[in-house]
Ligand binder design. Sequence first.
Ligand SMILES: [Zn+2]
Length: 217
Amino acid sequence: MKTRMIFVGPPGAGKGSQAKILSEELNIPHISTGDMFRKHLKEQTPLGLMAKNYTDKGLLVPDDVTNEMVKDRLSQEDVKNGFILDGYPRNPYQANYLDELLSKSHLKIDVVLNVTSSDEVIIKRITGRRTCPVCGAIYHIDNFPPKQEGICDNDGEKLIQRKDDLKETIVKRLDVYNKETFPLIHYYKEKGLLVDIDGNRDLKAITMDVLKILEQQ
Ligand SMILES: [Zn+2]
């Protein structure tokens, strides 16, 4: 069974949801860079403070800081049976660091799951999102509508469309993603680790697919 994996894929292709489901199914931790950053910031660790220095200025957190956070996370006990990385590595430099880090423990990445989806489907999925500004509940106008249109089921608040979910924002993010991730996809393709997953299906079908891939030798 393959248990050391990386999820890659554009925003809105469903890799986060998939990683979460698998983490529960396989009982291995889901390590997302977003959660990792938040935790370091909250606990005001030296790495968290260093990262904050950059994000406060609107700059990207340098690779070396992110790499150190991942090193720290992968030294913890709960990853011994495997892990699911989500949002890391972002580029070949980080990927190379990860390979070297794992090789020190005679380990390696087993598989890189590339959840793909057409831009059109992603745009439809994201622009249909509606969020409750009070309780944070997320709805979708087609796939998960509230009982009453435009109103939160939990507290009756008027739902909003976040700036991140506007069409022009998502088109820009997809463009950045495609440019940034191309070299990373290439890196893992060369190593024979990349497997494409069709993300244009329901979550359950995708999970079944992924489990089959993980079971292959
Ligand atoms: Zn609400």
